[in-house]
Ligand binder design. Structure first.
Ligand code: PLP
Length: 438
């Protein structure tokens, strides 16, 4: 590959429209833009020779570091066999094996896997499947969706309709099919997280008692509402939501796009509540941060409702790259690492170390609600609205990539950070906090 030219950032600003970004803030220098030349392990290296510890796993996707040798080897092997084939009328080993292994990870309960490419498309699929299920089941009046306050499920029009983040949603309000927003079980909102769960559960019950007849599904991010600023809730809420969905014949969609694949300490977050969703949306960590891939897993009886002599009763949704062989192979290599390295147990020890490293920050007067679940760590900072940007820049200057959400600082490192990297991450978090506070 030719060496990266000096003016990569200028060329990028001239030619790319970056995601989730007011481009003018890059042009004015208010928001840094870094040209990345390569990655290795937990580190990203820019085109100026500087390095950054990836403290947020590149938007929560990377599990086992950049350019992981084991995943690279699997992909090289797959490249010599099959890169991609359309999945309508064709099938292949990586797609089948991945579906089998994901199903096994749900104890066989969610045995039918529908692939797509991004998280938002998984959300779309789960919503459409739920809606279409009720139609096929002769109950077309059940077509309304419930979501949670501050919930986030992606940026496409259907996903945005069940997303309650005004900054992302408001500009498109007239385009969206309204969903009902239920109170969040965010543990910060009551004396204890369980109390917050019970309060939110009561509100859900009151709503469903009246409106279950027209409700198709409730969509939730189990345990951590990540885009809301790592809002964490007690598993009790999921147990209540499951019981209410059963009682009122409403589907429960668990969006584990951000929290699946070990992020919250168990392989899937919903396992901590000992429940099963009707639809499980997966993406991000599914391919360990290598290639775009998402999946929706569902139950036998839901699958059966589409299995019919009528073509129109089938689920006719599709994306061109559905079940891409390279992406599925990366996902299989990642599952192999989970199995071989006892990742969840080792992460438990890693998480303890990170909590110890961050603990002194919790003592600071401006720091509120220090919290963690699995490999997600967060705290809120009492500061002005520009704090997050100052913090982001201060961390980059100290070789760490961290991007607060509002005034919530969070860490979501890849599952390969070693003790020295953890120490660096925790030290820089403290220094950046110091530097960013007025
Ligand atoms: C819980 C959740 N759902 C859906 C999405 C959308 O995924 P994607 O950005 O791949 O479309 C995200 C992305 O952050 C997410 O956190």
């Amino acid at each position: 590959m030719p060496p990266m030219p000096d003016n990569l950032v200028a060329r990028s600003l001239a030619s790319l429209w970056h995601p989730c970004t007011q481009m003018k803030q890059h042009a004015s220098g208010e928001l840094p833009l870094l040209g990345v030349a390569r990655g290795k392990g937990a580190w990203l290296f820019d085109d100026k020779g500087r390095r950054y510890l990836d403290g947020i796993s590149s938007w929560w996707v990377n599990l086992f570091g950049h350019c992981n040798p084991r995943i690279n080897a699997a992909l090289k092997d797959q490249l010599e066999r099959l890169e991609h084939v359309m999945l309508a009328g064709f099938t292949h080993e990586p797609a089948v094996q991945l579906a089998e292994r994901l199903s096994a990870l749900t104890g066989g309960a969610l045995g039918h896997c529908f692939y797509a490419s991004d998280g938002a498309s998984a959300t779309e699929i789960a919503l459409k499947m739920s809606f279409h299920f009720w139609r096929n089941a002769g109950r077309p009046e059940k077509q309304h969706f419930l979501c949670l306050e501050k919930g986030y499920h992606g940026e496409t029009v259907g996903a945005l309709a069940v997303t309650d983040i005004p900054l992302f949603r408001d500009a498109y309000g007239p385009l969206l099919r309204p969903a009902t927003v239920m109170p969040t079980p965010d543990g910060r909102l009551a004396a204890t997280p369980v109390e917050a769960a019970l309060t939110a559960g009561s509100a859900l019950e009151a709503y469903l008692e009246r409106y279950h007849g027209q409700t198709a599904a409730l969509i939730v991010e189990p345990l951590v509402q990540c885009a809301a600023g790592m809002a964490m809730h007690a598993p009790e809420y999921l147990r209540l939501a499951r019981a209410l969905c059963d009682r009122f014949e409403v589907h429960l969609i668990c969006d584990e796009i951000a929290v699946g694949f070990g992020r919250t300490g168990t392989f899937f977050a919903h396992q901590q509540a000992s429940i099963r969703p009707d639809f499980l949306c997966l993406s991000k960590g599914i391919s360990a941060g290598y290639l775009p891939l998402s999946a929706v897993l569902t139950r036998e009886d839901i699958y059966q409702a589409f299995y019919d002599d009528s073509t129109a009763a089938g689920f006719l949704h599709s994306h061109s790259y559905t079940g891409n062989a390279l992406a599925c192979r990366a996902a299989l290599a990642s599952l192999d690492i989970f199995a071989a390295d006892d990742v969840l147990a080792v992460n438990g020890r890693r998480a303890e170390s990170i909590v110890r490293g961050l603990a002194p920050l919790a003592e600071r007067a401006s720091v509120r609600h220090f919290r963690h679940r699995g490999m997600i760590f967060a705290f809120d900072v009492a500061a002005d609205a520009a704090f997050g940007r100052r913090f982001h820049r201060a961390a980059l200057e100290r070789e760490v990539l961290l991007r607060p959400i509002g005034n919530t600082v969070y860490l979501m490192p890849p599952y390969i950070v070693d003790e020295a990297e953890i120490a660096h991450l925790c030290r820089v978090t403290g220094e950046a906090l110091e530097a960013a506070l007025p």
